[in-house]
Each structure stands twice: as structure tokens, then as C-alpha cells.
Design a protein around this ligand. Structure first.
Ligand code: ADP
Ligand code: MG
Ligand code: MG
Length: 365
């Protein structure tokens, strides 16, 4: 665990003075100061900050507020969002970063401004909705596609390029649901750029001392045996394990893939370890006993979805394999899910417009 933390942690120094403009239409030729940003309503409480619905240049936005002591993660997250070619349909749109002095405590606070997605996190969405197969495909395929995009090194001609990025905290709270019913990745506070055996050059290797969410840690992280000679591959495999758990969460709420009525949403391993597992219990369950979330029972062969359920089961098992090197890549998973959708689910679901009073509970279920 210690090794994993040390070698795969880093931060990026960002000059806050130059954080005022991001290359979006919204911000062109404008300078952001914290005065332009207003916080309206608390919508999320994470480990290192609070997330607010707010306003920026007359537009509804989400603002993630970091305390001074967590500047390291703020700098890192901003750096990730500002990386060339990071603007993508599967990444939450980022607008700008800023800082301000809290009038009450005199402490400096850091603000990260992004698009506000009213449906909120995937976990929140799954708690509120069950859905047909076509919608499972949309959520699952975009979640896998988002991770595949993040993991891919891209070059565009002579100019822009994007290194491979690993998320390191992939989970259903850090995925947001868009109004078209697909997912976007958010919370890049722990993400790092990787190439081969090393962290991406040009980044300072200051320590980010804590990584990931315990419930989503694969056996090799729980055992402290991540293979650091293969930094890029090893960290991608950690993300893919978490992707498999997320796909299981989505599956658990799909009415077409559960033979009886769907159960209420539960987090991975909640059935086994409750809502607050400790490290030792997780290590024992996932690493020593090789336990994984229980996949819903096989569908009757006469069901239209029995083939899809079987493909999905295989995909999950190959993605959360105990042997990290045997796992599928995010791109493999994405391709399989896309093909599943093309074969079985021609319909496309758009979310009805949501506002805060109607959050949840209004999709066809
Ligand atoms: P942390 O790093 O503290 O975990 P996150 O970026 O994960 O912060 O945000 C915490 C929560 O806030 C998310 O799980 C989600 O519920 C909500 N949230 C974050 N960003 C947005 C957004 N752009 N639109 C709507 N809700 C958001
Ligand atoms: Mg988070
Ligand atoms: Mg975070």
C-alpha cells in the first residue's frame, strides 16, 4: 500500500495567478475573479471539499470548493482538466479555477468551476431509478468509454497531445449522469498522467498521500503489491477493477436483467460489509477470500436478454479478476458494451429535464 502511494502520487504546481481563463467560449476574453462566482446551494460533500450549485457569468454552474490545506488536490484536478484534448463528451465540462479569501475565517479557498449536471452522481441516480436494458447500455457503455478515453494517449498532428491518465478514484460517486442519459467522469483530484513505467515527465513528484476509495480497491492495492515497474499498466488495471464494480452497480438496477423485481440500490460489498467497511475487512473479503459482488441469477434462456446478461457476466468477471494482468482494458469493455447495445438496444433514452425539486424518481422504471 505504501509503495503504491509513494510511487504513483504526484502533484502539479499551478500558478493560481494564471488560472483565470480557460479556452471555452464562455470565458473567452474574460478574467475570472471569485467575485464573478456565486454559490447558491450545497449539492455535494466529498472528502476534500464541498460542491455547490452556483452562478458564473449568469450561467448555472457547479463549483467545487477546496480548503487551503487541500490545495494539492485542487492544483492537480485543475491541471488534469486543463490538459490538452481533455475536453470530451465523457468528461464533465470544466470552465475555470479561482481562489478567494473566506471573509469569516480569513483562510484561502480554491474554487473549481464546471458544468452543473442536475441529475448528479451515478450513485445518486441508481438509488432513485431502475431502468430497462437500453438504458443500462447507455450508462455502462459511456462509463467504460469515459475510462477508455482517459487511459488513451492521444496526439493531434504536430500540436496538441494528451498523455494516458489514470483516475485512481473511479467510483459511482465520481461519475455524473448527463441529461442525455450517458455518464461523464468527474473528480480528477487524484488522477495522474502516466507513461510506461513512469509518471509523465514534467510533473513534480510531490506526494499525494492518500488514494482511492476503500470499497473500490482491488486486491493488489489492498495487499500493497501493485507492480510499480509497470506503473501505467498497473494503475489502469486498478481503474478497470473499479469500473467492473460500477458496471455491477448499474446492472443491479436494470429491470430487464434481474429475473425478479430489482432490489433497492446497494453499494458494492454493502451486502457483505455494510456502509462503513474497514481496511482489514475489505482486505480479508476481496484479497484473501477473493470475493466479488454477487451477480444477479441467470436469466431464463427464453429471455430476450439472456445472451446479453451472459456477456455482461463474463465482462465483469474478466474485469475484476484477482490477477490484475488478466483484466480486460477499459477499451475492451467499452467495445463489448457498445456491441451489446447495437445488437439489443436500438432505443435511446434522454433524461427528462431535471431541476432540484424533481431530482430523481421520474424515469421510466
Ligand atoms: P470530492 O473530490 O470531494 O469527492 P466530487 O468532485 O466527487 O468531490 O464531488 C462530490 C459530489 O458532488 C459528487 O459525488 C456529486 O454528487 C456532486 N457533484 C460534483 N460535481 C457536480 C456537477 N458538476 N454537477 C452536479 N453535481 C456534482
Ligand atoms: Mg468524489
Ligand atoms: Mg475527490
Amino acid at each position: 500500500k505504501q509503495l503504491y502511494r509513494q510511487t504513483c502520487s504526484e502533484t502539479v504546481q499551478t500558478n493560481l495567478g494564471q488560472l483565470d481563463i480557460s479556452p471555452t467560449k464562455l470565458l473567452l476574453n474574460q478574467t475570472t475573479t471569485s467575485d464573478d462566482i456565486s454559490l447558491v446551494k450545497l449539492i455535494g460533500q466529498g472528502r476534500y471539499g464541498t460542491v455547490w450549485k452556483g452562478e458564473f457569468n449568469g450561467r448555472e454552474v457547479a463549483v467545487k470548493l477546496y480548503k487551503q490545506e487541500h490545495k494539492l488536490y485542487f492544483d492537480n484536478e485543475i491541471e488534469m482538466f486543463r490538459t490538452d484534448l481533455m475536453k470530451h463528451e465523457f468528461i464533465v465540462p470544466f470552465f475555470t479555477g479561482s481562489s478567494r479569501v473566506n471573509k469569516g475565517s480569513s483562510a484561502v479557498e480554491y474554487l473549481l468551476v464546471m458544468a452543473y449536471l442536475p441529475a448528479g452522481s451515478l450513485m445518486h441516480f441508481l438509488k432513485e431509478h431502475s431502468f430497462p436494458f437500453a438504458q443500462l447500455v447507455q450508462l455502462a457503455s459511456s462509463a467504460a468509454g469515459a475510462l477508455a478515453f482517459l487511459h488513451t494517449e492521444l496526439r493531434r498532428g504536430e500540436g496538441a497531445s494528451k498523455p494516458a491518465v489514470v483516475h485512481r478514484d473511479f467510483n459511482s460517486r465520481n461519475i455524473l449522469v448527463k441529461s442525455d442519459g450517458t455518464c461523464a467522469i468527474s473528480d480528477l483530484g487524484f488522477a495522474v498522467k502516466v507513461r510506461g513505467a513512469r509518471l509523465f515527465s514534467g510533473q513534480s513528484a510531490e506526494l499525494i498521500p492518500d488514494v482511492g476509495t476503500l470499497r473500490y480497491m482491488p486486491p493488489e492495492v489492498l495487499e500493497g503489491s501493485v507492480d510499480l515497474n509497470k506503473c501505467e499498466a498497473a494503475l489502469k488495471q486498478v481503474d478497470v477493477y473499479a469500473l467492473a464494480l460500477v458496471l455491477w452497480e448499474i446492472w443491479s438496477r436494470c429491470v430487464d436483467l434481474c429475473p425478479s423485481a430489482v432490489d433497492p440500490y446497494r453499494m458494492p460489498f454493502e451486502a457483505e460489509l455494510g456502509t462503513r467497511p474497514n481496511f482489514e475487512d475489505m482486505r480479508e473479503l476481496v484479497s484473501a477470500r477473493r470475493h466479488r459482488p454477487v451477480i444477479p441469477p441467470t436469466l431464463d434462456e427464453s429471455s430476450r436478454f439472456s445472451g446479453a446478461a451472459e456477456t455482461l457476466r463474463q465482462t465483469l468477471e474478466e474485469s475484476w479478476d484477482q490477477d490484475s494482468e488478466a483484466r480486460l482494458t477499459a477499451a475492451n469493455v467499452h467495445m463489448r458494451l457498445k456491441q451489446l447495445g447495437e445488437r439489443q438496444a436500438p432505443r435511446h433514452f434522454n433524461l427528462p429535464p431535471l431541476d432540484d425539486t424533481t431530482r430523481g424518481g421520474i424515469l421510466p422504471s
